[in-house]
Design a protein around this ligand. Sequence first.
Ligand code: GDP
Length: 330
Amino acid sequence: MTKRALITGITGQDGSFLAEFLLKQGYEVHGIVRHVALEDPVHRLWRIHHILDQLHLHSASLESYPSLFRVVHQVEPVECYHLAAQSYVGYSFEDEFSTVNTNLNGTHFILSTLKERSPQCRFYFAATSEMFGLAQESPQNELTAFHPRSPYGVSKVAGYYLTQHYRDAYQIFACCGIAYNHESERRGFEYVSRKITSTVARIKLGLARELRLGNTSAKRDWGYAPEYVRAMWMMLQQPQPDDFVIASGETHSVQEFVELAFQTAGLDWRDWVVQDQRLFRPSEGLELRGDAAKAHRILGWHNEVPFEQLVKIMVEADIRRLDDAGEFIH
Ligand code: GDP
């Protein structure tokens, strides 16, 4: 029988790559989307536009238990990937109540629904390196204490413990992937990686004249998103549920990202980058670097796309996208 998977957040970067990956593995792929997305497919479903005819989309809201219950009841998934969240750290300072409420309740509703309707369904929770925040050690692994420094990080720590609670108390096969930053040509434009690569492409094509950034000495452990969704799936294929750090194990500064991105486009960053104090964050974790030794050992997972290649993939894709859109100004 065809395996049915349910993805929350299927319209996002990870959801779209995961949907593609699962289709290739022969799954019947179902996704939860908000009603507004179905009404505005061009803007809201662009990441899954090319596979729309192969997907089963269901309208539901993470804020509504009955709507999630109805979908799980209908689909009866064997695997559920819970990726939906208000996930942009920058906004989470401005919109702290909705970030915490939506992220925590959404996770709780899904877990409770699975317990009631599909207790055999395997569950993946998208945890994050933001949970470590002001980490006490580097690199961080599955045993490192959490010290979140943003409402987003706080909401994810709560979701992480809730997931473990359902695993321990109700024997749900539930796993947490503590993923570090993972980027791609489908990353949202508000993230620094995509902001840099899309602006570099615009500068290259004569459509922008500067790149304004906040703290460029901030460092991140950056990987390529399609490899991280593979790790999610691998976790759910194990004999036992468990939690894993998924990371490249290397950090690079925003400044390094900037230099490589401009270099890929044949430009000198010094001519275009402007530092803007208003873009600095109110509080920021220190350098986060993940130790994915457990994922290497148990899952056999490794990231294969190095930082330099990631930046190149993103810059080239953004230049191609603008070129294809016919916006090239000669
Ligand atoms: P995050 O790790 O989820 O916070 O991912 P982001 O891509 O939003 O931010 C990565 C880092 O880049 C953070 O330390 C930001 O402070 C830093 N940064 C510097 N300038 C900018 C900017 O203009 N936009 C964003 N989003 N981040 C910036």
